[in-house]
Design a protein around this ligand. Structure first.
Ligand SMILES: C[S@@+](CC[C@H](N)C(=O)[O-])C[C@H]1O[C@@H](n2cnc3c(N)ncnc32)[C@H](O)[C@@H]1O
Length: 265
């Protein structure tokens, strides 16, 4: 049984954050999440590599941003705590880094204390329960911890597929980056409909009772970066984004990139 979930009555429905936790090899999941997770993995085994590679991508991109001098991180759609969370990576490079985690889910809120564990004494870590459809509120509330006269790394890591409409996602990203100061980074990855099995996996997810997740094309993901300055190597499959020595280069149906908001006078 998971360590941090009290036993409830009845069988809980499979839950997005707990299923992701299961695929990433975590302990915060129920039998129903594991059953649904296995059903998806049965038709799309690549989901496990995607989950693990997404964390490697997070580690490399956050570390890159911190080494480049960014000291503020807005991680939107955080999910459950795992071994290497954004603040641990950022504060590992620059202990004074400030991180605001944002998620709209009650379960993630319930784990917020565990999520923020091991914050460096010099840094700050906070959790905000909010919906990514409302960037105005996110920036207003996050301003208690982050200084929006300084650059911030805005992170959407495998979360925007919960919104069905591509145009709506485009608008979310555009409005969010409009609120961020020049020099800020957009760090984004998402699942792509780049093979038949991943599409079947998406259908199985819904059949197994999970929330639908809308896969995009790489071209649609590229669209989210319009108007920003793409950092090398551009929008690529996750394992190809500045891999560390020893990182596996395996096929993954997920693309990600980092881009900078440039000053327009
Ligand atoms: C796949 S999980 C976590 C992924 C995590 N970013 C990572 O890199 O491991 C997706 C998370 O997005 C959150 N989420 C979904 N829709 C959201 C929304 N409209 N606003 C904020 N968070 C949302 C879910 O609650 C869930 O915790």
């Amino acid at each position: 049984m998971p360590a941090r979930h009290p036993a409830g009555h009845g069988v809980p429905a499979p839950h997005a954050a707990r299923m992701w936790n299961y695929w990433m090899g975590g302990r915060d999941n129920y039998a129903s999440d594991r059953a649904a997770g296995d059903a998806v993995a049965g038709v799309y085994p690549g989901i496990v590599a995607m989950a693990k590679q997404s964390r490697r991508f997070l580690i490399r991109t956050v570390r890159h941003a911190a080494r480049a001098g960014v000291r503020q991180f807005l991680d939107i759609g955080t999910g459950l705590p795992t071994a290497q969370n954004t603040h641990q990576i950022a504060q590992g490079v620059a202990p004074e880094s400030r991180v605001v985690y944002v998620d709209n889910d009650d379960l993630v809120l319930a784990h917020a204390r565990a999520l923020m564990a091991a914050t460096s004494p010099e840094g700050r870590t906070a959790f905000l329960q909010a919906d990514y459809h409302d960037p105005v509120r996110i920036f207003a509330e996050a301003a208690r911890v982050l200084d929006f006269s300084e650059p911030v790394a805005v992170m959407f890591m495998g979360v925007l597929g919960y919104e069905a409409d591509h145009g709506a996602v485009r608008s979310i990203v555009r409005r969010t980056m409009a609120a961020a100061p020049s020099g800020s980074l957009l760090v984004l990855w998402d699942g792509t409909a780049t093979c038949e099995a991943v599409v079947r996996g998406g259908r199985r997810l819904v059949e197994a009772g999970g929330a639908p997740y809308h896969l995009r094309t790489p071209e649609q993901l590229a669209d989210y970066f319009t108007g920003l300055e793409m950092l090398d190597p551009g929008l690529v499959p996750l394992p190809r984004w500045r891999p560390d020595e020893g990182d596996a280069d395996e096929p993954v149906d997920a693309y990600g990139a980092v881009a900078r908001k440039i000053f327009r006078g």
